[in-house]
Design a binder for this molecule. Sequence first.
Ligand SMILES: NC(=O)c1ccc[n+]([C@@H]2O[C@H](COP(=O)([O-])OP(=O)(O)OC[C@H]3O[C@@H](n4cnc5c(N)ncnc54)[C@H](OP(=O)(O)O)[C@@H]3O)[C@@H](O)[C@H]2O)c1
Length: 282
Amino acid sequence: MKILITGGKGALGQDAQKIFSAHGHDVLALDREGLDITNEAQVKELVTREHPDVIVNCAAYNLVDKAEDPAVYPIAYAINALGPGYLARAAKLVGAVFVHVSTDAVFAGDKPEGYVETDVRAPICKYGESKAAGEELIEAVQGKYYIARTTRLFGAPATSADAKESFISIMMRLAATKPEIQIIDEEIGRPTYTPDLAQGIYDLVAGAYPFGIYHLVNDGPGVTWYAFAEEAFAIKPTTTPRIPVPAAAFPKPAARGKFVVLQNTKFPPLRSRVEALREFLS
Ligand SMILES: NC(=O)c1ccc[n+]([C@@H]2O[C@H](COP(=O)([O-])OP(=O)(O)OC[C@H]3O[C@@H](n4cnc5c(N)ncnc54)[C@H](OP(=O)(O)O)[C@@H]3O)[C@@H](O)[C@H]2O)c1
């Protein structure tokens, strides 16, 4: 099959490229300079020329706090909402399957029992609003689509221009350079390893699962940022003291949900988060 991957230099984009190539598919992975997903004409031209069987959209605007800035939000909306809509339309035009990656931030994060795939979107920050709008635009196209929601990605760093450092990489860096680390002991979620998410996306497509929304997260209980860091430090010990603090200790422009645990009720569980962490940190 011919696979078009957008956001090819992003953290997930790189792993998606690896997994589809490893299965012998013809992969065309492009980043912003190869395909700007916010350029509708370019999207349509490239997709009709290349005629992929599957499009995997790994492009995104992920700077959650910056997206709160009214001057920046139109950019986030273009990348996270309009672009996915253009891709979904182009995919439908050529009969391709469209895979889009979304986020727990489409939910309010106030449901301690976690969110299932059919729960109603109710974002509380501008990033979440843009991603929720992207999901809606894709659904409106009524093509062959998968929306894979995930959370708190960790893995090999992206090589793209605006790459965001993952939480685990930040923790390892701080442990090596600071006398102590304060870590938020709130905001419960289910961090996910990018190679496992890429594998999940591959399995979704290869397994011809029914189209729709899926929650792809590493298996394991929801954890606060502090508890997640402790899982990592149990594998890669440090003598640097870690201090659990409330979220209020680090005020941020964008609101964060207190409970953003994505429940996967439709797909075989991805492997355990601790196993994934062990692989990542080895
Ligand atoms: N990272 C997380 O913790 C997290 C959590 C939940 C969900 N997600 C979702 O998971 C997906 C993958 O995230 P990630 O962490 O792999 O993201 P990432 O590393 O930030 O990669 C995103 C990629 O998109 C590219 N891009 C930005 N604007 C573009 C445009 N207009 N056209 C084409 N490419 C463009 C970026 O390139 P430049 O750097 O050059 O702009 C970058 O290579 C995203 O949909 C994200 O919303 C991520």
